[in-house]
Design a binder for this molecule. Structure first.
Ligand SMILES: Nc1ncnc2c1ncn2[C@@H]1O[C@H](COP(=O)(O)OP(=O)(O)OP(=O)(O)O)[C@@H](O)[C@H]1O
Ligand SMILES: [Mg+2]
Length: 358
């Protein structure tokens, strides 16, 4: 089975690392000459809207999937003429645009913080009167790792905010004083089977995910699964989908969805019976899904900007480290480490050692 992947970053690389033992081969399409997934598969180095190269990819593979959702809708439509594409164009259309996303959540009666669509400074000024401060202004598309957003705390912050964010279609949201952030990763197969991993507690630093801690019997697990199931079924979604929530007032506010494998699921490589990467591949290739049960107790820490010394990482028992082979750069995710231990107590001890290295 040959799998085409749009995007050749670390998510693509980890997909191939999971799929290779199952006899799958991978071709990545990515415009970057140094795409880190190229170490584990072939690469077509081309832009996401380059029809000639998209066609070349389609001709060589059995299906196409994504590790990166910010591709033009037209790219997905073009590929779909020649080869099965998972998840479908509709899912990508929703997930790549925050307004489409929030509108769908409302339609499915999934709670969201108050928001407004913004296309000018005048609309922003008007929306602030309704939504109040503090608030968050976010570009509708192309945001990641907290980029493309601005927290507005005072009226002075509002004055030129629309231009400061690039004068592009945006949404304004209430700033949520959440008690925590959680994500639910779920997978739906080509046959409609759905499985979800345990809810994961996420901690961000400067807008970038730093720590993920999968939970045990979280009180909101069932509620989160209800929400994700309605999205998966509504979109006739195939593959892994990540749903990010704010914990607020004992319930959940939907933040966003990612139509792909997700950073807050990296712990599943060592910490779950079947990883998010393997389950995504099982889903898109029509295989039965694997178990999403936890193996022991896990925690994942992102390496941002640089990877700690390999000797130091290897010296921590129960630590599994991943070096993405990317050049080091401030604010860039270049690797991660997962602690997986038999008991929570031991895991927290080993996690303290790993935290000391980052
Ligand atoms: N309305 C809000 N109220 C409070 N905090 C927020 C709000 N929106 C976003 N944040 C904070 O900023 C982080 C990044 O926001 P969001 O998930 O919307 O953007 P992103 O750039 O797509 O992030 P990522 O790529 O990490 O998922 C959130 O995880 C949260 O910590
Ligand atoms: Mg997010």
């Amino acid at each position: 089975m040959k799998i085409g992947v749009i995007g050749g970053g670390q998510l693509g690389r980890m997909l191939a690392l999971a799929g290779t033992p199952m006899g799958m081969q991978f071709i990545f399409l990515d415009p970057a000459a140094d795409a880190c997934a190229a170490a584990v598969g072939a690469q077509i180095c081309a832009d996401y809207n380059d029809h000639e190269h998209l066609r070349q990819l389609a001709d060589q593979v059995d299906l196409v999937t994504f590790e990166f959702e910010n591709v033009p809708a037209e790219t997905v439509a073009f590929l779909s003429q020649y080869v099965p594409v998972f998840p479908c164009a509709d899912a990508l259309r929703v997930a790549r645009d925050r307004l489409n996303e929030k509108t769908l959540f409302q339609q499915l009666q999934i709670p969201v913080a108050p928001f407004a669509a913004i296309e000018s400074q005048v609309e922003l000024d008007r929306a602030i009167q309704v939504i109040g401060l503090p608030a968050v202004l976010k570009t509708r598309t192309l945001g990641y790792d907290g980029k493309g957003q601005k927290v507005l705390r005072t009226t002075a912050d509002v004055t030129d905010a629309y231009a400061e964010l690039g004068s592009v279609p945006s949404i304004l949201e209430t700033f949520v004083h959440f008690t925590g952030e959680v994500s639910l990763l779920a997978v739906r197969s080509r046959h409609g089977e759905i499985r979800a991993y345990p809810l994961v507690h996420n901690t961000h630093e400067q807008g970038i995910l730093r720590l993920s801690l999968p939970s045990n019997d979280h009180v909101l697990q069932t509620l989160a699964e209800t929400y994700v199931t309605s999205v998966l079924e509504h979109l006739d979604y195939v593959g892994v989908l990540a749903f990010e929530f704010f914990e607020f007032n004992g319930g959940l506010f939907a933040n966003e969805i990612a139509p792909r494998v997700h950073n807050s699921g990296h712990w599943t490589i060592e910490g779950a019976e079947c990883s998010q990467f393997e389950n995504h591949l099982r889903a898109v290739t029509g295989l039965p899904l694997g178990s999403t049960s936890k193996l022991g107790e896990s925690a994942m820490i992102n390496f941002i900007g640089t990877v700690p010394e390999v000797e130091a990482l290897a010296a921590i028992e129960d630590c599994h480290f991943h070096h993405y082979g990317k050049s080091f750069k401030n604010g860039r995710k270049v690797g991660h480490g997962t602690i997986r231990s038999q008991s929570a107590e031991r895991m927290l001890q080993q996690l303290t050692k790993l935290k000391a290295l980052v």
